[in-house]
Ligand binder design. Sequence first.
Ligand SMILES: [Zn+2]
Length: 467
Amino acid sequence: MADIYVRGGWIITMDSKRRIIKDGAIAIEDGEIRAVGKAEELDKDYRYHSDVVINNNPHDIVMPGLINTHVHLAQGLLRACADYLPLIPWLKDRVWPLQGNYKPGEALASAKLVTLEMIKTGTTTFLETGLVGRYGPDKIIEFLHSSGIRAAVARHVMDMTGYALEENILHEGLIELGDKSYKDTIRLYHKYHGWDNRIWIWFGPRTPGAVSIELYRKMAEKAKELKTGITMHLAEVKADVEYTMTKFGKKPVEFAHWVGLTGPNVVLVHVVWATDEEIKLLAETKTTVSHNPCSNMKLASGAARISDMLKAGVNVALGTDGGPSNNDYDLLREMKHAALLQPLRTLDAKAIRVEQVLEMATINGARALMIDHMVGSIEPGKRADIIVVDFNKPHLKPFNNPLSHLVYSATGYDVKHSIIDGKLVMFNGKVLTLDEEEILKEADKAAYSLYERAGLCREPETIWPIE
Ligand SMILES: [Zn+2]
């Protein structure tokens, strides 16, 4: 007897042996995975004794839900509003003025759009990098819970207004000085952390240049005391290295370590510019690196040394970043870019394997969020976060190596079913927990009023005439 019985297809378990089960089946009860094995063995107990039976094609792929470790919910409406710019002008002239003009309803519309895109493309858990007060974080968090997704939500913490060596460049609409942002994170923590084991509240300090040493240290201590996480962008561009070297005589990872921002509860995002010593320090401290190859390529930030990090034993996870830097939230597509960037960077075709990329998108992400005891693999006792990928498609034939196809050939829109915490959240490509049409309509409406107010992104940025 099970609530949901998933039968057929190849199961990529991601368990400790990384077993792959052909013609597999999974029984789910009370949100938990009860049994995983061959369908012919489990059928007798579950096939005719389950509330819902999901029958897959023999070549469908069943795998753990994807874990996106770097998401900006508030950037969903900023897609295509900041093309062709490197990071600092991208932030200063486009992204911050738009985000700094948000009204809460518009920020919520952005969060809804991003969440819908993530669920449709196979993400079951994600890490939001930094909400601020003007977005109305409470409503966003409550929406996330109702959508059925699992999320660690970091709130931005800051007490300065610079970015690297550039002082006073943060948009006025995003400035939260003093201890306001810190205190509000604690408030959100007490209100929402641990909600149904699907919502967690993290600290999201802004990048060096916007946070004092004292505040970084205070946050690091508090996060340990509250047993929660911290995530921060680090060493994304060369200007980040110049800042910590000039001001403190330390490389970015050394700086992070010095202020308490290393350890198993810390996710550092990008870490493009890292030396061998810094990579060693990341491995020793069990700090996670969230790799976002599309964003790094588009903003011309550089190519992160991911294959070196993996060799050194760093926990590397995967993220999409946001609407104006990627410009999508499809983690399956991100896997392809992660797999392509290392051979290009190293001129070594063997620089990274698809198995490593699949680990980055699943179990490593779970470890990054400190929930690998709960999700990230398909094994009895874990919560049921499972996606089914439809392989009956031209770009996924012939069926000779499904792992290779998943990373190099599939996109998120090949995911047809999604189960999160034992609940069917998407079936045959339709999200059951959200009104898809309404979210798309709301997104356009909210975006246009935001663009009007900010005076940006009102016309398509193209060199071709539009009549
Ligand atoms: Zn980011």
